[in-house]
Design a protein around this ligand. Structure first.
Ligand SMILES: Nc1nc2c(ncn2[C@@H]2O[C@H](COP(=O)(O)OP(=O)(O)O)[C@@H](O)[C@H]2O)c(=O)[nH]1
Ligand SMILES: [Mg+2]
Length: 244
């Protein structure tokens, strides 16, 4: 519990046998449940994670086939809702999210001023340290496009997967519809906007270590661009045409 609220952390993991132990070991004490979703890894992610089942907070779930990072997070969200968790965060299985920064995402949710908090590695140059120039440029372009697509005009760093959401907002989202692969975070933002959710960017420095991103840029850019375009029309239709 943290400030009277139960806290869950969803950890999507695909072929993270080298880093997943570190993620579990460094999970802060105030976290009540860790929902670790092994998305049918072909390495020993599941076996390594299973060694930590002595940690009574750990819920280990395995997909029967690979569904994608967005689908894995959705599986964790569903479990957390079943368990009546108040605030649900997401931390990657490759140890890229610094657990010492988690409180920064939880506080505004507990105070009730916002519904969804996310990390921001882009709004100041000190935060982007370690990010390649290509990746920074790509993220800046995606920020502009996601602003238009999602309707959050001051949004920063939409590709950031370090997030937290409150139970009430999560209950309102149609989890069956969330985009299953890497564009899930952009998709979620458009859906939150239609719900009228308040979001907040919290400055958290980028963290790069031993992990290797699995994103294949060619197909990623093609798919996310299409998704952003689709989200734009979906959002405008639902927000301004169907609702009024
Ligand atoms: N569940 C699931 N997780 C994935 C998949 N691909 C990547 N991930 C996880 O999603 C997180 C972010 O993926 P990563 O490739 O590191 O993306 P990046 O950090 O944004 O470059 C990591 O925890 C991965 O283990 C997948 O197909 N399924
Ligand atoms: Mg990563």
């Amino acid at each position: 519990m943290f400030r009277g609220k139960s806290i869950g952390v969803v950890v999507p993991a695909y072929n993270e046998e080298l880093l997943i132990a570190k993620v579990i070991q460094t999970m802060p004490d105030y976290v009540d449940r860790i929902y670790l979703i092994d998305d049918c890894s072909s390495d020993h992610t599941f076996e390594v994670a299973a060694e930590y089942l002595r940690d009574s907070r750990l819920r280990l779930i395995q997909h029967q086939h690979n569904k994608g990072v967005g689908a894995a997070i959705t599986t964790g969200y569903r479990q957390a809702l079943n368990d009546n968790i108040d605030i649900i965060a997401v931390m990657a299985g490759d140890n890229q999210m610094d657990p010492n920064q988690l409180l920064k995402l939880l506080d505004p949710l507990i105070e009730g001023t916002v519904d969804y908090c996310k990390g921001d590695r882009l709004s100041r140059s000190e935060l982007t340290k370690g990010m390649s120039r290509w990746r920074r440029a790509g993220n800046l372009i995606l920020t502009r496009l996601t602003r238009v697509s999602s309707g959050y005009w001051t949004l920063q760093d939409p590709q950031n997967g370090y997030t937290a959401i409150n139970r009430e907002t999560l209950t309102k989202l149609d989890l069956n519809k969330i985009y299953p692969r890497y564009g899930y975070c952009n998709d979620l933002l458009a859906r939150l906007n239609v719900l009228g959710a308040k979001i907040l960017d919290v400055q958290i420095p980028a963290r790069y270590g031993e992990e290797k991103s699995k994103i294949q840029y060619g197909s990623y850019i093609r798919k996310v661009s299409l998704l952003l375009l689709r989200n734009f029309f979906w959002r405008v239709t639902h927000k301004y045409i169907l609702r009024h």
